[in-house]
Design a protein around this ligand. Structure first.
Ligand code: HEC
Length: 222
């Protein structure tokens, strides 16, 4: 093979190795410069980052507080019955008017209850959910706090202190939590919380109903 070809191939091979060597070198070291951003999309736009200063306003805050007297879209809380379970300063004793009581609502409540409440309160609401059972087991076999914590047993929803509560009070417990139980207001929208509460009352009724209240075709051969 003529020498010129051998030298050319050698030089080309060496040149071909150069770019990956340069790239590998660049990647191995930290670089204080901004990365080369070929497709910028909205990465580098003029904007105020959270907690940054903005000279336009007298208080120099770029985050503006809510304007007094205004209400954000979708956040009108005028209907206290629906949103808080409160009517004229008292716990509501009826369902909000926009939620007519029917089988659809109760089935929705059952569905949501089985997702959000059964882990602790159990399917029947007796307070024997699997999480509660396991926690009680751990606590029973330990000398002191388990993993630095203690467990308060989930309450039976058939406890007399719960069954006497107006529906609005139970709604409030679901929304904001009660004592050691966390609230579900941020995860479950109000209409679903009402459906859950309606189902809780159905569960309570189921434990205290007389035979006469059970429809004849549902009496299971009694
Ligand atoms: C992580 C476990 C847990 C889950 C899930 C849970 N609860 Fe509770 N719940 C508790 C505990 C614990 C208590 C008792 C709190 C106490 O006495 O400090 C309680 C108490 C209650 C009470 C009684 C309040 C009172 O006034 O005594 C109601 C009603 C209730 N829960 C409803 C619900 C409903 C409805 C859901 C589902 C949306 C739910 N809970 C989900 C643990 C739970």
């Amino acid at each position: 093979m003529p020498r010129i070809i051998i030298y050319t191939l050698l030089i080309l091979t060496l040149l071909a190795i150069l770019p990956p060597v340069i790239a590998a070198n660049a990647r191995s070291k930290p670089n204080p410069n901004r990365p080369i951003n070929l497709i910028q999309d909205m990465d580098l736009q003029a904007k105020f980052l959270p907690q940054s200063e903005n000279d336009l306003f007298a208080d120099k805050r770029s985050q503006r507080p809510q304007i007094v007297g205004t209400v954000a879209r979708g956040e009108t809380y005028l209907d206290t019955h629906f949103v808080d379970g409160v009517v004229d300063g008292q716990w509501a004793t009826t369902m909000p008017k926009q939620l007519p009581m029917n089988m659809e609502l109760l089935l929705r409540g059952q569905d949501r209850f089985n997702i959000y409440c059964t882990p602790c309160h159990g399917y029947s609401g007796a307070g024997n959910g699997t999480i509660n059972q396991r926690a009680m087991e751990l606590v029973a076999n330990a000398d002191g706090p388990v993993n630095g914590t203690v467990w308060v047993a989930a309450k039976s929803l058939h406890d007399a202190t719960v069954t006497i509560q107006p529906i609005g009070q139970i709604f409030n417990s679901v929304t904001h939590g009660v004592r050691n139980m966390a609230g579900y207001g941020s995860q479950v929208p109000p209409a679903d919380r009402w459906a859950i509460v309606a189902y809780v009352q159905a569960l309570q009724r189921s434990q205290n109903a007389t035979l006469e209240e059970v429809p004849t075709d549902k009496r299971g051969g009694l």
